[in-house]
Design a protein around this ligand. Structure first.
Ligand code: BG6
Length: 513
C-alpha cells in the first residue's frame, strides 16, 4: 500500500492528492494530561496503539504521560500495555508494540508545578533530538475543565504553546466545554489567550464515529433521499441516545452536570446539525462548519418549556436479570441529588426546509437498552385507498440511521401481507455495516487523534458551535433549575412518564428501539 506522508501543516496543494490514500501523521509527540483517568485507559491509549498497528503513526512518534503518580517511564509503559491489551480494537502485535513503546515517556508533577512543566519541556526537547519529533507537539487535556487555565498558562510559561514556521503546537480539549454559555465563553477566552483558534481541537467523539460521518454520505452522495428531506414529507425527527449503564463511579464528573449538559449540548445537537444542514460548498472544514453554524443559529426550543421538555432520574429497578440501585444510592451521589439522568427536549429549526418540523432529542442512563439512532419519521400518506381494517398495522414510514450498536440504516415502510386480502403491515429494509463491509470500523478516538496529529479540523466543533449549543440549552436548564426535583423512572424502562406525555400531547410517541 502506498501512503503519503505529510507534516500536518495545511497544504494548499492537498486537493490534488488522491483522498483514498491513507494519511500518515508527520513526526510529532502526543502529551496526555490526565493519563491516569478512565478515558485515557479505555480510549486514548488503545487508540494510539491501533493507529500504530494500522501504520498511521510515523516512526518519529512519542507518547508522553503527565500525572501526579510516582511512576517512571517503565511504569507508564506497563499502564499503556495493560490498557492496550484490555481495550484496543486491533490484535496485539509484539513488533508494533516494541517500536511504539520506545517513544514512551512519563513526567511526574501537579498542574501548578513549574518544575514539572520545565521538565516536560526538557523531555520534549530530548525527544526532538533522539526520536526526531521535530518540535511538533499535541497536548491532550483529558482533565476537569477547572484545571484548563492552569495547564494552559503552564504551557505558555514554559514556551511549549509557541508555534513557529518550523513546528506546530496543538491543544485538544475534552468536554464539558463549560456548564452554560457564560462559563463556556470564559473557558474559551482562557484557551484562546494561549492557543490560536486553529490550534484548538475540541473533541466531540460522536463526530469520529463512522455512522455519524456517513450521514453526510447518505445525504449528499445520493439523489434518493434529498427530495424527501424537508417539511414537505418529514413529520418529525427523533434523535435518541439511550444507555443501559448507570452512574456508579462517575459521581465526581456527573453529579450537578446531568444528562442534558453531558450529551445533548454536544453529541445530540451535533447530530441534529448534520441531519438538518444544507449541502456544504465542499467538505473543507470552514464550509462544513459554516453550514452547521447556520443550523444551530436557527434552532430554537419549542415553547412552552414545561410542556416540551422532560427530565428524570433513575430509581431502582432491573437491568435484564440484575437488580440495580437508584441514582441516589450510587456511590458518591447525595440522597437529595437533583441531577437528571434522563433529558428530552423539542426544538425546531427556523428555515424554509424545516419550518414546523419538531426535532426531539432524548438521552438517558439505565434505559431499556443501549442504542443511539436518528429516526426521520415521515408524514402519513394523505389518502389510503384501503379498507380501514387493512391498514391498522401500518405505522409511519421512517428512515432510521442506526448509529450504534448494530450500525446501519433501516427503511421502514408498509407492505402487503401475503394472502388473499390487501392487508398492509410495516416491514424493514436493512443496510448493515457488518454485512456490507468486511472491515470493522475504526474507533472514534482513532480517527480523531489521527486528525489532530494531521492538523485536520473538520470533525472538531469550533467555538461558535459550542456557544450556539449552550444558547439553545441554557433556557431549558434555567427552567429545570427553577422547577424542583426531576421525576423518577424505574431503571430498565424507557424514562419518566412526563417524557411520554410530552409526545402524546402532540399525538406522537417515542420509538422503542
Ligand atoms: C460521553 C458521555 O460523552 O459519551 C458519557 O460523557 C457517555 O456519559 C458516553 O456514557 C457514551 O459514548 P458512546 O460512544 O459509548 O455512545
Amino acid at each position: 500500500m502506498t501512503a503519503t506522508v505529510e507534516t500536518g501543516w495545511s497544504n494548499p496543494l492537498r486537493d490534488s492528492r488522491d483522498k483514498r490514500l491513507p494519511r500518515i501523521a508527520g513526526p510529532c509527540s502526543l502529551v496526555i494530561f490526565g493519563v491516569t483517568g478512565d478515558l485515557a485507559r479505555r480510549k486514548l491509549m488503545p487508540a494510539v496503539y491501533d493507529l500504530a498497528n494500522r501504520g498511521l503513526l510515523p516512526p518519529s512518534f512519542a507518547l508522553v504521560g503527565f500525572a501526579r503518580r510516582d511512576w517512571d517511564d517503565q511504569d507508564f509503559g506497563q499502564i499503556v500495555h495493560d490498557a492496550v491489551r484490555d481495550h484496543s480494537r486491533t490484535p496485539f502485535r509484539e513488533e508494533v508494540w516494541e517500536r511504539l513503546s520506545e517513544g514512551f515517556r512519563f513526567v511526574q508533577g501537579a498542574f501548578d508545578d513549574d518544575a514539572a512543566f520545565d521538565q516536560l519541556s526538557e523531555v520534549l526537547a530530548e525527544l526532538d533530538r533522539q526520536r526526531g519529533t521535530d518540535g511538533n507537539h499535541a497536548f491532550y487535556l483529558s482533565i476537569p475543565p477547572g484545571a484548563f487555565p492552569t495547564v494552559c498558562e503552564q504551557l505558555q510559561r514554559s514556551g511549549l504553546a509557541e508555534q513557529t514556521e518550523e513546528h506546530w503546537r496543538r491543544v485538544v480539549i475534552e468536554k464539558p466545554f463549560g456548564h452554560d454559555l457564560r462559563s463556556a465563553q470564559e473557558l474559551n477566552a482562557v484557551v484562546n489567550r494561549v492557543f490560536p483558534e486553529d490550534a484548538v481541537f475540541r473533541i466531540d467523539h460522536y463526530l469520529g464515529k463512522e455512522t455519524v460521518q456517513n450521514i453526510l454520505a447518505l445525504r449528499f452522495a445520493n439523489q434518493l433521499f434529498d427530495p424527501l428531506w424537508s417539511s414537505h414529507y418529514v413529520d418529525h425527527v427523533q434523535i435518541t441516545m439511550a444507555e443501559d449503564i448507570g452512574l456508579g463511579g462517575r459521581a465526581g464528573y456527573y453529579d450537578g452536570i446531568g444528562a442534558a449538559r453531558d450529551v445533548i449540548q454536544n453529541h445530540l445537537l451535533q447530530l441534529l446539525a448534520l441531519v438538518a444542514m444544507e449541502e456544504p460548498v465542499s467538505f473543507e472544514p470552514k464550509e462544513l462548519q459554516a453550514e452547521k453554524i447556520k443550523v444551530l443559529s436557527a434552532t430554537r426550543n419549542v415553547l412552552p418549556l414545561e410542556l416540551n421538555t422532560a427530565r428524570g432520574q433513575y430509581g431502582p429497578g432491573w437491568q435484564g436479570s440484575t437488580e440495580v440501585p437508584g441514582l441516589v444510592d450510587e456511590e458518591g451521589f447525595a440522597a437529595d441529588s437533583i441531577t437528571e439522568t434522563y433529558a428530552a427536549i423539542a426544538v425546531e429549526v427556523d428555515s424554509r426546509r424545516w419550518a414546523g418540523v419538531p426535532f426531539y432529542l432524548r438521552t438517558g442512563k439505565r434505559l431499556g437498552r443501549r442504542v443511539t439512532e436518528i429516526a426521520i419519521v415521515f408524514k402519513r400518506a394523505p389518502h389510503l385507498p384501503f379498507d380501514k381494517t387493512m391498514t391498522e398495522e401500518l405505522g409511519e414510514n421512517a428512515l432510521v440511521i442506526r448509529v450504534q450498536p448494530d450500525e446501519g440504516i433501516t427503511l421502514r415502510f408498509g407492505s402487503k401481507v401475503p394472502g388473499s386480502s390487501m392487508q398492509v403491515r410495516d416491514v424493514n429494509m436493512d443496510f448493515s455495516y457488518g454485512q456490507a463491509f468486511t472491515e470493522s470500523s475504526p474507533e472514534a478516538y482513532e480517527r480523531l487523534i489521527l486528525d489532530v496529529l494531521l492538523g485536520e479540523p473538520s470533525l472538531f466543533p469550533v467555538n461558535d458551535e459550542v456557544e450556539l449549543s449552550w444558547k439553545i440549552l441554557d433556557p431549558v436548564l434555567e427552567h429545570w433549575a427553577a422547577s424542583g426535583r426531576p421525576d423518577t423512572y424505574e431503571s430498565g424502562t424507557w424514562g419518566p412518564r412526563s417524557a411520554d406525555e410530552m409526545m402524546s400531547r402532540v399525538g406522537r410517541t417515542w420509538r422503542r428501539p
